[in-house]
Design a protein around this ligand. Structure first.
Ligand code: C2E
Ligand code: MG
Ligand code: MG
Ligand code: MG
Length: 291
Protein backbone atom coordinates (compact mmCIF):
# COMPACT_ATOMS: atom_id res chain seq x y z
CA UNK A 1 0.00 0.00 0.00
CA UNK A 2 2.85 2.32 0.77
CA UNK A 3 4.04 1.80 -2.80
CA UNK A 4 0.72 2.91 -4.21
CA UNK A 5 1.29 6.33 -2.77
CA UNK A 6 4.08 6.78 -5.24
CA UNK A 7 7.68 7.87 -5.05
CA UNK A 8 8.81 11.04 -3.44
CA UNK A 9 6.09 11.14 -0.84
CA UNK A 10 6.35 10.97 2.86
CA UNK A 11 5.02 7.78 4.26
CA UNK A 12 4.04 7.79 7.86
CA UNK A 13 4.51 4.61 9.76
CA UNK A 14 2.19 4.54 12.69
CA UNK A 15 2.48 2.03 15.49
CA UNK A 16 0.05 -0.44 14.02
CA UNK A 17 1.88 -0.42 10.68
CA UNK A 18 5.14 -0.97 12.47
CA UNK A 19 3.64 -3.83 14.41
CA UNK A 20 2.26 -5.39 11.25
CA UNK A 21 5.65 -5.13 9.58
CA UNK A 22 7.39 -6.75 12.55
CA UNK A 23 4.79 -9.51 12.69
CA UNK A 24 5.27 -10.24 8.98
CA UNK A 25 9.05 -10.31 9.30
CA UNK A 26 8.74 -12.71 12.19
CA UNK A 27 6.32 -14.88 10.24
CA UNK A 28 8.72 -14.96 7.31
CA UNK A 29 11.50 -16.07 9.63
CA UNK A 30 9.25 -18.80 11.06
CA UNK A 31 8.23 -19.94 7.57
CA UNK A 32 11.86 -20.42 6.61
CA UNK A 33 12.36 -22.51 9.69
CA UNK A 34 9.17 -24.45 8.96
CA UNK A 35 10.56 -25.41 5.56
CA UNK A 36 13.87 -26.55 7.02
CA UNK A 37 12.23 -28.50 9.80
CA UNK A 38 9.39 -29.90 7.69
CA UNK A 39 6.54 -28.45 9.72
CA UNK A 40 4.22 -28.36 6.74
CA UNK A 41 1.50 -30.97 6.33
CA UNK A 42 -0.84 -31.78 3.50
CA UNK A 43 -4.53 -32.38 3.81
CA UNK A 44 -6.48 -33.99 1.01
CA UNK A 45 -10.09 -33.43 0.08
CA UNK A 46 -11.94 -35.90 -2.07
CA UNK A 47 -13.37 -34.75 -5.41
CA UNK A 48 -16.38 -36.86 -6.38
CA UNK A 49 -17.66 -37.73 -9.82
CA UNK A 50 -21.31 -36.64 -9.96
CA UNK A 51 -22.07 -38.97 -12.83
CA UNK A 52 -21.63 -42.06 -10.70
CA UNK A 53 -24.75 -43.61 -9.29
CA UNK A 54 -24.33 -43.28 -5.56
CA UNK A 55 -22.83 -39.89 -4.98
CA UNK A 56 -22.14 -40.44 -1.29
CA UNK A 57 -19.87 -43.35 -2.11
CA UNK A 58 -19.29 -42.02 -5.61
CA UNK A 59 -16.34 -42.56 -7.85
CA UNK A 60 -13.39 -40.53 -6.73
CA UNK A 61 -11.96 -38.30 -9.41
CA UNK A 62 -9.15 -37.44 -7.11
CA UNK A 63 -8.04 -35.28 -4.23
CA UNK A 64 -7.30 -31.62 -3.80
CA UNK A 65 -4.17 -30.92 -1.79
CA UNK A 66 -4.53 -28.25 0.88
CA UNK A 67 -1.50 -26.90 2.66
CA UNK A 68 -1.35 -26.83 6.47
CA UNK A 69 1.34 -25.69 8.84
CA UNK A 70 1.84 -27.54 12.09
CA UNK A 71 3.14 -24.54 13.98
CA UNK A 72 5.09 -25.47 17.13
CA UNK A 73 3.24 -22.93 19.29
CA UNK A 74 0.13 -21.93 17.41
CA UNK A 75 -1.10 -25.36 16.34
CA UNK A 76 -2.40 -26.32 12.93
CA UNK A 77 -2.58 -23.26 10.65
CA UNK A 78 -4.45 -22.84 7.36
CA UNK A 79 -3.20 -20.97 4.28
CA UNK A 80 -5.21 -17.91 5.29
CA UNK A 81 -2.84 -17.53 8.24
CA UNK A 82 0.41 -17.42 6.29
CA UNK A 83 -0.05 -17.52 2.52
CA UNK A 84 0.23 -13.77 1.99
CA UNK A 85 3.63 -13.57 3.69
CA UNK A 86 4.77 -16.75 1.96
CA UNK A 87 3.89 -15.18 -1.40
CA UNK A 88 5.31 -11.75 -0.73
CA UNK A 89 8.60 -13.17 0.52
CA UNK A 90 8.86 -15.56 -2.42
CA UNK A 91 9.11 -18.50 -0.01
CA UNK A 92 5.98 -19.95 -1.58
CA UNK A 93 8.11 -21.24 -4.47
CA UNK A 94 10.11 -23.51 -2.15
CA UNK A 95 7.04 -24.45 -0.14
CA UNK A 96 5.22 -25.53 -3.29
CA UNK A 97 8.22 -27.52 -4.40
CA UNK A 98 7.89 -29.40 -1.12
CA UNK A 99 4.15 -29.77 -1.74
CA UNK A 100 4.67 -31.26 -5.21
CA UNK A 101 7.36 -33.67 -4.08
CA UNK A 102 5.24 -34.78 -1.13
CA UNK A 103 2.14 -35.21 -3.29
CA UNK A 104 4.14 -37.35 -5.69
CA UNK A 105 5.24 -39.58 -2.82
CA UNK A 106 1.64 -39.83 -1.59
CA UNK A 107 0.45 -40.86 -5.04
CA UNK A 108 3.17 -43.50 -5.22
CA UNK A 109 2.25 -44.80 -1.79
CA UNK A 110 -1.45 -45.05 -2.74
CA UNK A 111 -0.46 -46.87 -5.91
CA UNK A 112 1.73 -49.33 -4.04
CA UNK A 113 -1.13 -50.10 -1.68
CA UNK A 114 -3.62 -50.33 -4.52
CA UNK A 115 -5.66 -47.45 -3.12
CA UNK A 116 -7.43 -44.99 -5.39
CA UNK A 117 -6.19 -46.35 -8.71
CA UNK A 118 -5.87 -43.76 -11.44
CA UNK A 119 -7.10 -40.85 -9.36
CA UNK A 120 -5.93 -37.31 -9.93
CA UNK A 121 -4.18 -35.12 -7.45
CA UNK A 122 -4.90 -31.43 -7.65
CA UNK A 123 -2.44 -28.87 -6.31
CA UNK A 124 -3.01 -25.15 -5.73
CA UNK A 125 -0.22 -22.97 -7.02
CA UNK A 126 0.71 -19.38 -6.41
CA UNK A 127 0.53 -16.75 -9.20
CA UNK A 128 4.28 -16.40 -8.75
CA UNK A 129 4.83 -19.74 -10.47
CA UNK A 130 3.68 -18.23 -13.77
CA UNK A 131 5.45 -14.91 -13.68
CA UNK A 132 8.68 -15.78 -15.44
CA UNK A 133 9.55 -18.24 -18.11
CA UNK A 134 12.48 -19.72 -16.21
CA UNK A 135 10.25 -20.09 -13.16
CA UNK A 136 7.84 -22.13 -15.27
CA UNK A 137 10.69 -24.25 -16.60
CA UNK A 138 11.86 -24.88 -13.06
CA UNK A 139 8.34 -25.92 -12.10
CA UNK A 140 8.18 -28.32 -15.04
CA UNK A 141 11.55 -29.72 -14.02
CA UNK A 142 10.25 -30.41 -10.51
CA UNK A 143 7.13 -32.08 -11.88
CA UNK A 144 9.05 -34.32 -14.25
CA UNK A 145 11.52 -35.21 -11.55
CA UNK A 146 8.87 -36.35 -9.10
CA UNK A 147 5.83 -37.44 -11.10
CA UNK A 148 5.94 -40.63 -13.08
CA UNK A 149 2.59 -39.68 -14.59
CA UNK A 150 2.23 -35.90 -14.93
CA UNK A 151 -1.17 -36.47 -16.53
CA UNK A 152 -2.48 -37.40 -13.09
CA UNK A 153 -1.55 -33.96 -11.78
CA UNK A 154 -3.95 -31.03 -11.90
CA UNK A 155 -2.58 -27.57 -11.21
CA UNK A 156 -5.07 -25.01 -9.88
CA UNK A 157 -4.71 -21.29 -10.33
CA UNK A 158 -7.18 -18.55 -9.63
CA UNK A 159 -7.63 -15.40 -11.65
CA UNK A 160 -5.14 -13.53 -9.52
CA UNK A 161 -2.50 -15.45 -11.45
CA UNK A 162 -3.51 -13.97 -14.81
CA UNK A 163 -4.69 -10.40 -14.30
CA UNK A 164 -1.24 -8.82 -14.09
CA UNK A 165 0.21 -10.26 -17.25
CA UNK A 166 -2.37 -12.22 -19.26
CA UNK A 167 0.00 -12.91 -22.16
CA UNK A 168 2.86 -14.24 -20.07
CA UNK A 169 0.54 -16.36 -17.95
CA UNK A 170 -1.17 -17.81 -21.02
CA UNK A 171 2.25 -18.80 -22.38
CA UNK A 172 3.10 -20.33 -19.03
CA UNK A 173 -0.12 -22.36 -18.96
CA UNK A 174 0.54 -23.64 -22.47
CA UNK A 175 4.01 -24.74 -21.42
CA UNK A 176 2.57 -26.58 -18.42
CA UNK A 177 -0.06 -28.24 -20.57
CA UNK A 178 2.59 -29.42 -23.02
CA UNK A 179 4.48 -30.84 -20.06
CA UNK A 180 1.52 -33.18 -19.58
CA UNK A 181 -0.34 -31.76 -16.59
CA UNK A 182 -3.99 -30.69 -16.47
CA UNK A 183 -5.02 -27.19 -15.51
CA UNK A 184 -7.87 -25.87 -13.42
CA UNK A 185 -9.29 -22.39 -12.97
CA UNK A 186 -10.05 -22.08 -9.25
CA UNK A 187 -12.70 -19.92 -7.55
CA UNK A 188 -14.68 -19.09 -10.66
CA UNK A 189 -17.85 -17.09 -10.03
CA UNK A 190 -16.16 -14.97 -7.39
CA UNK A 191 -14.47 -11.72 -8.25
CA UNK A 192 -13.91 -10.85 -11.88
CA UNK A 193 -14.80 -14.19 -13.50
CA UNK A 194 -13.63 -13.05 -16.88
CA UNK A 195 -15.00 -14.91 -19.90
CA UNK A 196 -11.68 -14.55 -21.67
CA UNK A 197 -10.09 -17.22 -19.51
CA UNK A 198 -12.84 -19.68 -20.36
CA UNK A 199 -12.47 -19.29 -24.09
CA UNK A 200 -8.74 -18.74 -24.55
CA UNK A 201 -6.96 -20.53 -21.72
CA UNK A 202 -6.31 -24.28 -21.80
CA UNK A 203 -8.26 -25.34 -18.70
CA UNK A 204 -9.47 -28.90 -18.26
CA UNK A 205 -11.52 -27.92 -15.18
CA UNK A 206 -13.40 -24.84 -14.06
CA UNK A 207 -14.03 -24.83 -10.33
CA UNK A 208 -17.07 -22.92 -9.13
CA UNK A 209 -16.41 -20.93 -5.98
CA UNK A 210 -18.38 -21.92 -2.89
CA UNK A 211 -20.20 -18.58 -2.77
CA UNK A 212 -21.53 -19.23 -6.28
CA UNK A 213 -22.54 -22.75 -5.26
CA UNK A 214 -24.40 -21.34 -2.25
CA UNK A 215 -26.18 -18.80 -4.44
CA UNK A 216 -27.81 -21.54 -6.54
CA UNK A 217 -30.41 -22.15 -3.85
CA UNK A 218 -32.32 -18.94 -4.40
CA UNK A 219 -30.85 -17.58 -7.58
CA UNK A 220 -32.53 -19.15 -10.59
CA UNK A 221 -30.39 -17.09 -12.96
CA UNK A 222 -27.16 -18.41 -11.47
CA UNK A 223 -28.49 -21.91 -11.96
CA UNK A 224 -29.06 -21.04 -15.62
CA UNK A 225 -25.60 -19.53 -15.78
CA UNK A 226 -24.06 -22.72 -14.41
CA UNK A 227 -25.96 -24.83 -16.97
CA UNK A 228 -24.68 -22.59 -19.75
CA UNK A 229 -21.16 -22.92 -18.39
CA UNK A 230 -21.58 -26.67 -18.56
CA UNK A 231 -22.57 -26.37 -22.22
CA UNK A 232 -19.66 -24.06 -22.91
CA UNK A 233 -17.48 -26.69 -21.32
CA UNK A 234 -18.74 -29.26 -23.80
CA UNK A 235 -17.57 -27.09 -26.70
CA UNK A 236 -14.43 -25.68 -25.12
CA UNK A 237 -13.28 -28.90 -23.50
CA UNK A 238 -13.51 -28.23 -19.79
CA UNK A 239 -15.40 -29.89 -16.95
CA UNK A 240 -17.22 -28.13 -14.12
CA UNK A 241 -16.32 -28.76 -10.50
CA UNK A 242 -18.50 -27.46 -7.65
CA UNK A 243 -16.60 -26.36 -4.54
CA UNK A 244 -17.84 -26.10 -0.96
CA UNK A 245 -20.87 -28.41 -1.17
CA UNK A 246 -22.12 -28.52 2.42
CA UNK A 247 -25.62 -30.00 2.22
CA UNK A 248 -27.63 -32.65 0.42
CA UNK A 249 -29.72 -29.83 -1.12
CA UNK A 250 -26.62 -28.18 -2.55
CA UNK A 251 -25.45 -31.48 -3.92
CA UNK A 252 -28.78 -31.88 -5.77
CA UNK A 253 -28.53 -28.33 -7.07
CA UNK A 254 -25.01 -28.64 -8.42
CA UNK A 255 -26.08 -31.80 -10.22
CA UNK A 256 -29.03 -29.93 -11.71
CA UNK A 257 -26.67 -27.13 -12.63
CA UNK A 258 -24.69 -29.56 -14.75
CA UNK A 259 -21.58 -29.83 -12.63
CA UNK A 260 -19.50 -32.90 -13.40
CA UNK A 261 -17.64 -33.12 -10.10
CA UNK A 262 -18.06 -31.82 -6.59
CA UNK A 263 -16.23 -31.42 -3.35
CA UNK A 264 -17.19 -30.06 0.04
CA UNK A 265 -17.78 -30.93 3.67
CA UNK A 266 -20.97 -32.81 2.79
CA UNK A 267 -18.98 -35.22 0.65
CA UNK A 268 -15.73 -35.31 2.58
CA UNK A 269 -13.67 -33.01 4.77
CA UNK A 270 -10.03 -32.34 3.99
CA UNK A 271 -7.89 -34.73 6.02
CA UNK A 272 -4.35 -35.93 6.43
CA UNK A 273 -3.32 -38.96 4.42
CA UNK A 274 -1.21 -41.54 6.12
CA UNK A 275 2.25 -41.22 4.67
CA UNK A 276 3.65 -43.12 7.64
CA UNK A 277 2.65 -46.31 5.81
CA UNK A 278 5.19 -45.36 3.20
CA UNK A 279 6.25 -48.66 1.69
CA UNK A 280 9.72 -47.63 0.68
CA UNK A 281 11.41 -46.91 3.95
CA UNK A 282 15.11 -46.78 3.25
CA UNK A 283 14.95 -43.08 3.90
CA UNK A 284 17.21 -41.84 1.15
CA UNK A 285 14.50 -40.72 -1.25
CA UNK A 286 12.83 -38.88 1.59
CA UNK A 287 15.18 -36.00 1.02
CA UNK A 288 13.43 -33.39 -1.05
CA UNK A 289 15.73 -31.26 -3.08
CA UNK A 290 14.01 -28.02 -3.89
CA UNK A 291 16.88 -25.68 -4.49
P1 C2E B 1 -9.26 -23.36 -2.51
O1 C2E B 1 -8.24 -23.96 -3.38
O2 C2E B 1 -10.44 -22.76 -3.17
O3 C2E B 1 -9.68 -24.52 -1.51
C1 C2E B 1 -10.95 -24.65 -0.93
C2 C2E B 1 -11.02 -24.15 0.50
O4 C2E B 1 -12.32 -24.37 1.03
C3 C2E B 1 -10.09 -24.87 1.45
O5 C2E B 1 -9.72 -23.95 2.46
C4 C2E B 1 -10.98 -25.97 2.02
O6 C2E B 1 -10.53 -26.43 3.28
C5 C2E B 1 -12.28 -25.23 2.13
N1 C2E B 1 -13.46 -26.11 2.02
C6 C2E B 1 -13.58 -27.32 1.45
N2 C2E B 1 -14.85 -27.78 1.50
C7 C2E B 1 -15.56 -26.81 2.12
C8 C2E B 1 -16.95 -26.68 2.48
O7 C2E B 1 -17.80 -27.54 2.24
N3 C2E B 1 -17.31 -25.50 3.10
C9 C2E B 1 -16.40 -24.52 3.39
N4 C2E B 1 -16.84 -23.43 4.01
N5 C2E B 1 -15.09 -24.62 3.06
C10 C2E B 1 -14.68 -25.75 2.43
P2 C2E B 1 -8.22 -23.86 2.99
O8 C2E B 1 -7.68 -25.24 3.13
O9 C2E B 1 -8.21 -22.97 4.19
O10 C2E B 1 -7.45 -23.17 1.82
C11 C2E B 1 -7.73 -21.85 1.43
C12 C2E B 1 -7.06 -21.50 0.14
O11 C2E B 1 -5.64 -21.53 0.29
C13 C2E B 1 -7.33 -22.49 -0.99
O12 C2E B 1 -8.60 -22.24 -1.56
C14 C2E B 1 -6.18 -22.21 -1.93
O13 C2E B 1 -6.45 -21.11 -2.76
C15 C2E B 1 -5.08 -21.82 -0.97
N6 C2E B 1 -4.09 -22.91 -0.86
C16 C2E B 1 -4.17 -24.11 -0.22
N7 C2E B 1 -3.03 -24.82 -0.35
C17 C2E B 1 -2.19 -24.07 -1.12
C18 C2E B 1 -0.86 -24.24 -1.64
O14 C2E B 1 -0.19 -25.29 -1.45
N8 C2E B 1 -0.36 -23.21 -2.38
C19 C2E B 1 -1.06 -22.08 -2.63
N9 C2E B 1 -0.50 -21.09 -3.35
N10 C2E B 1 -2.31 -21.89 -2.18
C20 C2E B 1 -2.87 -22.86 -1.42
MG1 MG C 1 -8.21 -24.97 -5.05
MG1 MG D 1 -11.47 -22.57 -4.69
MG1 MG E 1 -21.98 -33.01 -20.19
Amino acid sequence: QAKALGKGRFIFFDDSMRQQLMANLNLEHELRKALREEQFVLHFQKITDLHSEKIEQGETLGFETLLRWQHPQRGLLSPGDFLEVAEESGLIIDIECWVLATVAKQLQSWDQQGDYPNTFVSVNLSPRQLQQKNQVNQLIGIIHKHFLQPERLILEFNERAFVQSPEQSLQALKMLKSAGVKLALDDYGYGLSSLNYLSNYPFAFIKLHQSFVKSLKNNERNLTLARSLHELGDSFGFRLVAEGVETQAQLELVKQAGCDYAQGYFISRPQAADLSEDVDDNGDDDVIDCA
